[in-house]
Ligand binder design. Structure first.
Ligand code: SF4
Length: 277
C-alpha cells in the first residue's frame, strides 16, 4: 500500500519542519559514538535481524513525533557533558529511513558547533536519485558514522536479516572513497556469525577500507527477548547463548580490532584522509 511505504509516502511536517518518528531518547550514551552523546533512537527498520533486541523499533511512522527543534530542546540541557568529542547521535531502528529529518537536525547541530554521529545498518543505502543526493547532503553535516556489517556473505546476510548486503558494502566503500570516518561494528552470534572463515573474510574486507577509526565486536545478548513475548512475535534464536570471552577474543583477532586505533586521536570535523595524510 502506498501510504505504508516510507519511500513513497510524503515526509510529514509541522511548523515548517520535518517531523521525525522517535522510539526513545538516551541522555548519556557512552557507546554510541565518540565521547558522551545524546542519542535519539529513531523508529522504523526494514531489516528483521534474528538477533534484534529492539523489535519495538521496527514499525515505521509510529512513536513519538518530534521536530528537529523539539529534539534539540531535549538535548541541549546536556551539552555541558559532551566535551570536545561528544554530541548527538541518531540511531535506530534505522535512521536512514528518515534522512530528511536527520539532515534538518544535523544542519542545526552544525550551525551550533555540535558534533553529529549516524548509527546505521546501511540497508536503505542506494546510489539512486533522489535518495543519493539527499544522503550526500546529510554526509556534509555528519562527523562520523557507526556502520554495522551484520554478515560479510550476502546469502548469509539475507538469512540473518532478510536482506542481502551488496548495498551495505557499497555504502562502506563509498564512505571509504570519501574518507568519511567510520566505526565498523559486528555482532558475534554463536552458530550464526561466529565462524572463523567468515570472520577472516570480514577482517580482510575491512582492511580494504581507508576510513576505519575503530572496529568493535558486539557479543550477542538476550536482553531484548522479553519484547518478543510482549509483542507476540516468535523469537528465532531461542536457546542461543552469548559467545564466550574466548570466542570474542578470537573474533577480535580475526577482525584485527587492535589495528584500528584512530578513534583515540580522532576529533569531530576531521576527515580520515586529512588525518592520515
Ligand atoms: S537493523 Fe538493527 S533495528 Fe533493524 S532489525 Fe537489525 S538489529 Fe534490529
Amino acid at each position: 500500500m502506498k501510504a505504508d511505504n516510507p519511500y513513497l509516502a510524503p515526509v510529514p511536517t509541522k511548523d515548517g519542519q520535518v517531523v521525525g518518528y522517535v522510539h526513545s531518547l538516551e541522555t548519556f550514551g557512552a557507546v554510541d559514538g565518540p565521547g558522551i552523546r545524546f542519542v535519539a533512537f529513531m523508529q522504523g527498520c526494514n531489516m528483521r535481524c534474528k538477533f534484534c533486541h529492539n523489535p519495538d523499533t521496527w514499525k515505521t511512522r509510529v512513536g513519538l513525533k518530534m521536530t528537529s527543534d523539539e529534539l534539540l530542546e531535549k538535548a541541549l540541557p546536556y551539552r555541558a557533558f559532551w566535551g570536545e568529542d561528544g554530541g548527538i547521535t541518531l540511531s535506530g531502528g534505522e535512521i536512514l529511513l528518515q534522512p530528511e529529518f536527520a539532515l534538518e537536525l544535523f544542519k542545526k547541530c552544525k550551525a551550533q558547533g555540535i558534533s553529529t554521529c549516524l548509527d546505521t545498518c546501511g540497508q536503505p543505502f542506494t546510489r539512486r536519485e533522489p535518495w543519493f543526493s539527499l544522503f550526500n547532503e546529510l554526509l556534509e553535516v555528519t562527523d562520523i558514522l557507526l556502520v554495522d556489517i551484520k554478515h560479510i556473505d550476502s546469502d548469509e546476510h539475507k538469512r540473518l536479516t532478510g536482506y542481502p548486503n551488496e548495498n551495505i558494502l557499497d555504502l562502506c566503500e563509498y564512505l571509504s572513497e570519501l574518507g568519511k570516518p567510520v566505526w565498523i561494528r559486528h555482532v558475534l552470534i554463536p552458530g550464526l556469525t561466529d565462524n572463523d572463515k567468515y570472520l577472516q573474510q570480514l577482517g580482510e574486507y575491512i582492511k580494504t577500507l581507508k576510513n576505519v577509526e575503530k572496529v568493535e565486536v558486539l557479543p550477542y545478548h538476550t536482553m531484548g527477548v522479553h519484547k518478543y513475548k510482549e509483542m507476540g512475535i516468535r523469537y528465532r534464536l531461542e536457546g542461543v547463548e552469548p559467545p564466550t570471552a574466548e570466542r570474542v577474543e578470537n573474533a577480535e583477532k580475526l577482525l584485527h580490532v587492535a589495528d584500528y586505533q584512530g578513534y583515540l586521536t580522532w576529533h569531530p570535523g576531521i576527515n580520515t584522509k586529512q588525518q592520515k595524510l
